[in-house]
Design a protein around this ligand. Structure first.
Ligand code: G3I
Length: 351
């Protein structure tokens, strides 16, 4: 019996299921979809990678396949090869696929640097969302509509990240993106996705507050924002702000906004070299985050940003001084289960 066969259904079901409020410390009674970001090249070239995804995941998301730099080689061309390939894999293996990401400041192709002014920018935003969400209408139950809108270090007066979108449209780009996505696929869960909102440091707290301000503003205008994505790229050396995360989730639920964990991994460059100690510390951080969320309400899905340490973005920016390899993900480089996978299985209701 494959681990993932212990639960059926997908995002939409979990989102609608009336899940019992998990009491402190308890894992949920109902199953939560677990999934992973997927690299298009490894999906084709690495049979063990494919087997691990099939073994463990009910859900996949393209790590890069639906970003502007992949989908939009030029202003007039849309390339869905990567997204369609992953959707075919998901369909063949009884999985759901979610979309990442429609509007972001990064991974933008060079031609977009010539977009100027509110009207041209809104036209580009609308054309992209209408075409991409339209292409997958009814097939993707969830989209990251807005990714990383919050300033790196937000202040009361300056809390949104400068970007093509903000610079040309002002903060209405966020509202406009959600409305266009809802019009393109009324069935999809529409998500605003953010990182560094989970820990005890003052910056995480400020980012959480800024994100709450954005969501409150959207809800006050009845914008169709359905959920907040905790990316969950946890810095292993930082404690989870359990109280802060729980009250943040409670504020969102009070506005009828769900949460999901979208890109979970633990950046371990400052954790102990000993692999057993490091893996335990990593599992502990994720337990603290998930418990803080579940103590208020179960997320509609849990996804890690990759499934094996063999394919992770972490060493792009966070290599270890001792030269040992990063271990941020649920399976090691040989696809062996680590304590992090066991934590996820417990919170996803699969063990
Ligand atoms: O595919 C090309 C390859 O042909 C080329 O030789 C190589 C060297 O230039 O680049 C390869 O593309 C890289 C791509 O990852 C695929 O590996 C891009 O340069 C590189 O910028 C890209 O990085 C991705 C990054 O987002 C930017 O899109 C990471 O893999 C991906 O993990 C990361 O994911 C982000 C989420 O989307 C948003 N949240 C944070 C998260 C981590 O940064």
């Amino acid at each position: 019996m494959r681990r993932r066969d212990l639960m059926k259904g997908g995002l939409a079901i979990a989102a609608q299921a009336v899940l019992p409020m998990a009491s402190a410390g308890a894992a949920p009674q109902t199953k939560i979809p677990y999934g992973s970001a997927v690299r298009g090249d490894a999906l084709v070239d690495d049979p063990d990678y494919r087997a691990a995804l099939i073994e463990h995941c009910n859900l996949v998301v393209p790590e890069g396949g639906l970003k502007w730099d992949t989908v939009r080689p030029s202003e007039d061309r849309f390339e869905f090869y990567e997204g369609d390939k992953l959707l075919a894999f998901a369909d063949q293996n009884d999985m759901k696929m979610r979309g990442h990401t429609l509007i972001w400041y990064a991974s933008m192709p060079d031609w977009t640097s010539s977009i100027r002014g509110k009207s041209a920018t809104e036209k580009a935003l609308g054309k992209h969302i209408d075409t991409v969400v339209g292409h997958y209408k009814g097939k993707l139950p969830s989209w990251d509509v807005i990714n990383e809108a919050i300033a790196e270090k937000p202040t009361k007066s300056d809390y949104l990240r400068p970007s093509l979108w903000l610079d040309n449209m002002g903060k209405t780009y966020i509202d406009t993106a959600f409305r266009r996505a809802a019009a393109a696929d009324p069935s999809a869960q529409l998500v605003i996705n953010e990182y560094d909102i989970e820990c005890v440091d003052a910056r995480s707290k400020a980012r959480r507050e800024a994100l709450l301000r954005v969501v409150r503003d959207l809800r006050d205008r009845d914008a169709p924002v359905h959920a907040v994505g905790f990316q969950g790229h946890l810095k292993g050396q930082l404690e989870i702000d359990k109280e802060g995360v729980s009250s943040f989730v409670a504020e969102l639920k009070a506005m009828d906004v769900d949460v999901l964990v979208t890109e979970l991994d633990v950046i371990d460059n400052l954790l102990p070299a000993d692999e057993t100690l490091r893996d335990e510390a990593i599992a502990g951080r994720v337990t603290d985050l998930l418990q803080a969320v579940f103590d208020v309400a179960p997320p509609t899905a849990i996804l890690t940003w990759g499934i094996s340490d063999k394919y992770t973005w972490v060493p792009m920016y966070f290599t270890r001084d001792d030269g040992s390899l990063n271990r941020p993900l649920p399976l090691d480089r040989n696809y062996k289960v680590k304590p992090l996978m066991q934590v996820i299985d417990r919170f996803a209701g699969r063990s």
